[in-house]
Design a protein around this ligand. Structure first.
Ligand code: HEM
Length: 514
């Protein structure tokens, strides 16, 4: 009790005649928090508990997650430790055995953990959990439809054309914030691939959706996670933005159905399959949020690193030019008269087949892999849906949240010497589960094919049409990239204003070298 100064508080309330009902409610809440916070595991096999529990553990987990988890391992000097996130017990895992157990465990559920950590309303077991499982299964099936060869082949020219349109709005030369402008490109690409033509074709509507998605994202705060039932201002903002996105999507569906004209897009896949609205909404809201951010962050960092490393920039550009030379010339001549002008790089890139984008870009693949290792500060999260289980010899009770910070491998100097260095040529560790950029074990990214393709298309267009350097706020060339901030798990963005891309449009792009 001491840390809360309960006696002093009571005295203050008494002296100031604060209404007694209010006092009772407040005390009730306070005591429940204290009870939940001090209810520790006493079993011998339980993971170590963080010392000196204070509410600041919760605040640090929510706001400074990377530093907090590193601190937890240090003070407990254990590979696993636990703490309380109010009503949830959280077990934090590290080390080789823990990693294997975590990623291969059957009873650990990603969706339930995700729901808790994004502040969804608590689940009613057997009712909402089962319904969620069915919805998720349907959404995943549709995502695999979107990533079929034929659909991805159709998407290549569409995404390139969207990017070209965006890039035309850039000045001939200037300086830009990659976390805004590169993210804009990936957002447009994600909307094109995962929603519908009516939205993707309308730049103003895309910009509006981007704003609303950002509000939904900002609406996930410590308050919404800790008190999902409480209508905090951020919760209200999130609900309002979600409703507006819902209206946009529902309206588009209505107009499409009324027109009776089918389109070649993701919405049509849902309409043709007569999927229920909840599946369409879950898919579009969930995957656009998750897909655009992860793709945007990876692409933004890829460009920061390319801007700092002329050698890699030149190698990547040479690879793209080689692709154009090998694949595009014969097909460009077959284009019909509706195609964009022949000299446009997006036209040349459009005629490169999907298989070449996927199998003939070893340099881009390596660059993306290394950029993701350094810029995806994710903490894999699961909930033990039962029964009790063991990870690295420690018991994980049913209902516990279990988290594994990927920093444990991606920043481990024994696996990746000089781990903060961007070094695409570094030898890759051979052991299983030592690269988790796309997940591992039972949970791997099911949008990775789309994400990789979009990053490559955007990178190719920028490499062919622009030259760029990474600069600081005063325009000085930065040759050693800033350190990603792993406490910002969404973008890893360094301190505001620290990094920009200075770019110049190549008016006469060199003809591809033969
Ligand atoms: C560069 C972009 C991306 C990166 C780096 C990335 C990374 C990851 C990682 C590391 C996981 C595993 C998470 C865990 O173990 O807790 C994951 C899972 C997932 N990703 Fe991605 N992702 C990307 C893009 C996308 C896109 C574009 C989509 C959807 C269109 C998507 C959909 C998913 C889904 C649905 C899962 C969960 C899979 C499951 O339940 O088994 N991701 N992703």
């Amino acid at each position: 009790m001491h840390p809360f100064g309960l006696i002093a508080l009571l005295q203050f309330l008494w002296e100031h005649e604060i209404p007694s009902l209010f006092v009772l409610v407040a005390l009730g809440l306070l005591l429940s928090v204290v009870f939940l916070c001090y209810r520790n595991q006493t079993c011998q096999d339980a993971p170590a508990t963080l010392p000196h529990f204070t509410l600041s553990h919760i605040a640090s987990f929510m706001k400074q997650r990377h530093d907090f988890l590193a601190w937890g391992f240090k003070v407990t000097n254990q590979r696993l430790f636990q703490f309380r996130l109010l009503r949830n017990n959280v077990v934090v895992v590290s080390g080789e055995q823990g990693r294997k157990d975590f990623f291969n465990a059957k009873g650990l559920d990603i969706h339930e953990a995700f729901a808790i950590l994004t502040g969804d309303l608590p689940l009613l077991y057997g009712v909402t959990t089962e319904r969620r499982r069915q919805l998720v299964a349907k959404m995943y099936k549709r995502l695999s439809n979107v990533q079929r060869n034929e659909r991805l082949t159709d998407l290549i020219p569409e995404v390139l054309n969207d990017c070209r349109r965006h890039l035309q709005s850039w000045e001939k030369a200037g300086s830009l914030d990659p976390f805004e402008k590169i993210y804009e490109l990936t957002f447009q690409a994600t909307v094109r691939c995962l929603t519908c033509t009516e939205i993707a074709d309308e730049p103003k509507l895309v910009a509006r959706c981007k704003q609303l998605f950002e509000q939904v994202e900002r609406g996930i705060t410590p308050a919404t996670v800790l008190f999902p039932w409480f209508p905090s201002p951020s919760m209200v903002m999130r609900a309002r933005a979600t409703k507006q996105l819902y209206d946009i999507i529902v309206n588009t569906m209505k107009v499409r159905k009324q027109s009776g004209v089918p389109r070649n897009d993701t919405l049509q896949i849902f309409l043709d399959s007569e999927d229920e609205l909840a599946t369409v909404m879950g898919f579009m809201m969930g995957f656009v949020t998750a897909g655009s951010r992860t793709t945007g962050t990876s692409a933004s960092w890829l460009f920061i690193y390319l801007g700092c490393h002329p050698k890699w920039r030149h190698e990547a550009r040479a690879e793209v030019k080689k692709l154009i030379t090998s694949h595009s010339l014969e097909t460009v001549s077959e284009c019909n008269s509706n195609s964009p002008p022949r000299d446009s790089s997006s036209t040349a890139l459009s005629s490169i087949p999907l298989s070449a984008w996927e199998n003939e870009t070893p340099v881009l693949d390596t660059l993306i892999r290394e950029a993701i290792r350094l810029s995806q500060a994710y903490v894999a999260s699961r909930r033990n849906i039962g029964p009790d289980m063991y990870i690295d010899g420690k018991v994980i009770p049913t209902g516990a949240l279990v988290v594994y910070p990927v920093a444990d491998v991606h920043l481990d100097p024994t696996l990746y010497p000089d781990p903060w260095k961007f070094d695409p040529a570094r030898p890759q560790p051979k052991c299983n589960l030592t690269y988790l950029g796309w997940g591992g074990g039972r949970t791997t990214c099911i949008g990775s094919r789309l994400a990789r393709l979009n990053i490559k298309l955007i990178a190719a267009l920028l490499l062919v049409d622009f030259d760029f350097d990474t600069v600081d706020v005063s325009g000085g060339i930065v040759d050693s990239p800033p350190k990603p901030n792993w406490n910002d798990p969404v973008t890893c963005r360094p301190a505001q204003g620290q990094v920009f891309l200075k770019y110049k449009r190549l008016d006469n792009p060199e003809p591809p070298s033969s």
